[in-house]
Design a protein around this ligand. Structure first.
Ligand SMILES: Cc1cc2nc3c(=O)[nH]c(=O)nc-3n(C[C@H](O)[C@H](O)[C@H](O)COP(=O)(O)OP(=O)(O)OC[C@H]3O[C@@H](n4cnc5c(N)ncnc54)[C@H](O)[C@@H]3O)c2cc1C
Length: 415
């Protein structure tokens, strides 16, 4: 409890870690964040909303997601930002075999779990869709899947703002506009970090929670982490249109992409296409995020419109606004990396979110606390993945298509 803790990166993993360590009684915790706000424009969690669901091929992650969901429902810090509107998951008629198999696996992962008893409805016809989501008026011909009531979404940016306030109240020092450039060492012991401003922050334990940017500060992790991004776009609705769609489930056509209930305050409806994502490979072959994330691939615009045509056609020709690409830290097996850095004492890395960790915001910090108190990672899946080359993805079952490098394709800046 007397150890000084330096958390580098005030995003989803970093703030959850600060929260749980501070709650447990750690008295000297500092968070360094490159952005000038929380959420930072660079954070993968800086988003209107994120899906909260417990469909996982791995029963371990399913149990963790259920524990997190319980916090989203019952913890007053998180519950104001959670909407249990359900999850309508399926495939359009044109879906490839791969996303059909993924859907079957998703269903299998929850249908035998007692937590979902009575919560799942099979969707085999257009009428079935109408029964659970009457406001979706797109053709959706031949769309099959299921509706899971035990899921929904979090208002992601709002939840990050709330946990930021909570950690400050618990005595954590959160320092914005401090970008770490390098780590400091005394022989093999990490003793702190230095920032672009030239300031030095000494600490007993340094925890890197840099998301997709982790290889910028810890290049040795670059072989196991690939920064990968997807398009996020929004459509502006009138208050009447937003009210008409209030309460719609998070709707995910595996082969096309997904969208959320419109935000009733702003009238924004968020849409994001699925796919294998975009990388930005630098000279050394390691993909790291771009500084400017406001240019999106041309094909991304078309993919967003295809989603709207299928589900909400009256919105399909609207201007797309607040468009960006959003980066996550991918591992080859999509397992997180939560471990001490081999050969470096006092240095912990918490990354590898692989695009599925926002839902864990309420609980991530408990895993980090266990790690630093036990001194070793006992979960094989979260260990430092030495030797696991993350060049190309083989069979990540929920992704279709081929990863593209942003430097090879045309991108455009939309309003
Ligand atoms: C398109 C997309 C959709 C997603 N949808 C979902 C979803 O529906 N449900 C779900 O559960 N998860 C989802 N995720 C995943 C989720 O957003 C991430 O798993 C989670 O936000 C990762 O948290 P993190 O703390 O590792 O990274 P981040 O939240 O990105 O935090 C990293 C922080 O480090 C800061 N930083 C960077 N460099 C420096 C530096 N040098 N010094 C100091 N600070 C620095 C950044 O500004 C940032 O605040 C999605 C991800 C993407 C990309």
């Amino acid at each position: 409890m007397d150890k000084s803790i330096l958390i580098v990166g005030g995003g989803t993993f970093g703030l959850s870690t600060a929260y749980h360590l501070a709650k447990a009684g750690y008295r000297s915790i500092t968070v360094l964040e490159k952005g000038d706000t929380i959420p930072s424009p660079l954070s993968a969690g800086n988003d209107l909303n994120k899906i909260i669901r417990a469909e996982y091929e791995s029963p371990d992650y399913a149990e963790l997601a259920l524990a997190a969901m319980e916090e989203w429902r019952s913890n007053p810090l998180f519950s104001p930002h959670f909407r249990q509107v359900g999850y309508l998951l399926g495939n359009s008629a044109a879906a490839p075999e791969k996303t059909r198999r993924t859907l079957a696996k998703s269903l299998a992962s929850i249908e035998t779990n007692p937590a979902f008893a009575g919560q799942i409805t099979a969707i085999n016809s257009r009428d079935d869709i109408g029964a659970v989501a009457p406001a979706l008026d797109g053709p959706m011909e031949g769309w099959v899947g299921y509706f899971n009531r035990q899921a929904g979404y979090a208002r992601a940016s709002d939840a990050l703002r709330a946990i930021h306030v909570a950690v400050k109240e618990l005595g954590v020092h959160v320092i914005l506009r401090e970008a770490v450039v390098s780590l400091e060492y005394d022989k093999d012991r990490c003793t702190g970090a230095m920032t672009t401003s030239g300031s030095r922050y000494p600490a007993d334990v340094v925890i890197l929670t840099l998301g997709a940017s982790v290889a910028n500060v810890l290049p040795s992790i670059g072989r196991q982490i690939t920064a990968r991004s997807w398009v996020v776009a929004h459509v502006q609705l009138t208050p009447e249109e937003a009210a008409k769609l209030e309460g719609i489930p998070v709707t995910y056509s595996r082969d096309l992409g997904y969208f959320f209930e419109p935000d009733q305050k702003t009238g924004l409806l968020k849409v994001s296409p699925s796919g294998a994502g975009y990388i930005n490979r630098g000279k050394d072959g390691i993909s790291v995020p771009l500084e400017d994330n406001t240019r999106i691939p041309d094909e991304g615009q078309e993919a967003v419109r295809r989603i709207l045509r299928e589900h909400l056609p009256s919105l399909a020709d609207r201007p797309l606004i607040k468009c960006k690409i959003c980066w996550c830290a991918d591992t080859a097996d999509t397992d997180y990396v939560i471990d001490f850095v081999p050969g470096k004492q006092g240095l912990v890395v918490v990354t590898g979110d692989s695009g599925h960790a926002f839902k864990m915001l309420p609980v991530i910090g408990t895993w980090v606390k266990t790690l630093i108190e036990s001194g070793q990672q006992t979960s094989a899946r979260w260990k430092w993945k030495e030797g696991k080359e993350n060049e190309e993805f083989g069979e990540v079952s929920w992704r279709v298509g081929k990863t593209k490098d942003l430097s090879d394709i045309h991108t455009v800046k939309l309003p």
